[in-house]
Design a protein around this ligand. Sequence first.
Ligand code: DAO
Ligand code: DAO
Length: 203
Amino acid sequence: NGVYVYERRTGVPFPSALGPSLKLCGVGLRKKSLIPFISFDVYAFGVYAADLDIKEYLSEKYRKFSASKLQGKKEFTDDLMESDIFMAVRLQIAHNELSIGFLRGVFKESVGSRLYKFGGSDYKELLQRFTSQFKDEYKIPKGSVIHLLREKGQFLRTLINGQEVGSIHSKLLCKSILDLYVGEEPFDEPAKEEIENNVATYL
Ligand code: DAO
Ligand code: DAO
């Protein structure tokens, strides 16, 4: 509907809604450090969730709490990550010189650590399926937009500049991806707080 929220450090605009059901809950920045004190911006992100799904899955349990009580409540974010709520993360690449091979390595490390944290031993095959979606021939200059959709039934669907590159049915993978943004050690802590607050307004 033409309303945007801007990620303040990169100036990247995020539509306040995606399609008829996904509402923007928070925006943030994914950085990557190479050596201590030296880091660069990888992408700006926006986290979206279907407001009606939040109501359906979380209202009964959490409606009685104020937003400030829910802030930092691990059970609340765990339920958000595990319920069958339609969600999406929209990423906009903030850097011009990133090769797909380099990014694949970065994502392998982050997503791999979460798959291992939640899934234990047999995570390698799933990680391989996820990262092999990002083929060397894709071009992702600065400004490229990637959508990671957690669809009903726990499918993780990936779109690069509007083109679908794959869909993987795995609750563990969906949870692991969302954990990067709203879990215990998120990429951007203030963004996580903003997401928690906005999700609470849909209860
Ligand atoms: O930021 O470490 C991370 C995890 C990001 C999840 C995967 C994002 C997919 C981006 C694909 C771009 C390259 C083709
Ligand atoms: O801009 O890359 C793009 C394509 C738009 C993808 C956004 C996904 C929104 C999904 C909404 C579905 C509603 C049922």
